[in-house]
Design a protein around this ligand. Sequence first.
Ligand code: BDR
Ligand code: CA
Length: 308
Amino acid sequence: KPQLLIDTDPGVDDALAILMAHAHADIAGLSIAAGNVGLGHTVRNARTLVDLVGGGVPVFAGCPTPLVRGPEEDAAFVHGADGLGDVGFAEPVATAEAEQAALALLRLTRERPGELTLVALAPLTNVALALRLDPTLPQRVKRLVVMGGAVTGLGNTGKVPAEFNIGFDPEAAHVVFEAFPQFELVDWEATLRHAFDEPEFDGWLDAGDKRAEFFGQVFRTARAFNASSKRRGIIAADALAMAVAIDPSIVTRSEERHVAIELDGRLTRGATVVDWTGRLGHPANARIVLEVDQERFAAMVRRALGAA
Ligand code: BDR
Ligand code: CA
């Protein structure tokens, strides 16, 4: 089974990704970022998810703000004010550890060098902090899989052609993309190509499993947002990245390229800059995932919802 360390800001699609990790892998820990909503909510949501899967997964609270500038917008309008659809869940039983997320990333990878795949489903603040404290972190990580970026500039943030996780903390993404010699990038545009058919997805939610029931509840606000923005199908960015993390053989098409993040642009702060032609002459740092096997992706999600 893959051994995963998950940096996350739950978040509705983060929740689905965590359910997938629980069904298909071992979770060494959840390090929690601010992003979709504030850190207080994302930590509590992670604890709620740990309760749902029966406990036993440590939760580490991370950095409450981006590294340099304050966040311009969160994603509460997609995920709900509390980040999980404003369902009103009871106070979770699982607690957060005292250890700071960046320190936990360093410690866990020291205890198990070369064993853990780091799955980054949130703004990269915690991972960047860990790297600044210990630049040897990449040597101890088996793989880094990042949900982030918009490789042809489509993006999903308000003002600039950026993707949310990168746009929320561009400096953190810059630090991580410079420091890791090789990572796998699942960008927003890949997500759009891998939406699920809505009636089919709803069938999985009707499976009767408590995980399906939970996801059906937390998904209501995001579904309404999807409908209002005329997006087609069920889009689950973090779930797609998680599928790649769990089983890289699911990838059917990818490109190795150098990827950097724009930090200053007048119109493009947070944009993903892919050197498609190689004109910059840097070695490729990213394997950009372009297509995965949709049937296998669907099967992973179905099982995570108890609908297999
Ligand atoms: C990413 O941003 C968040 O809103 C989602 O949880 C996902 O990680 C998609 O751009
Ligand atoms: Ca996320």
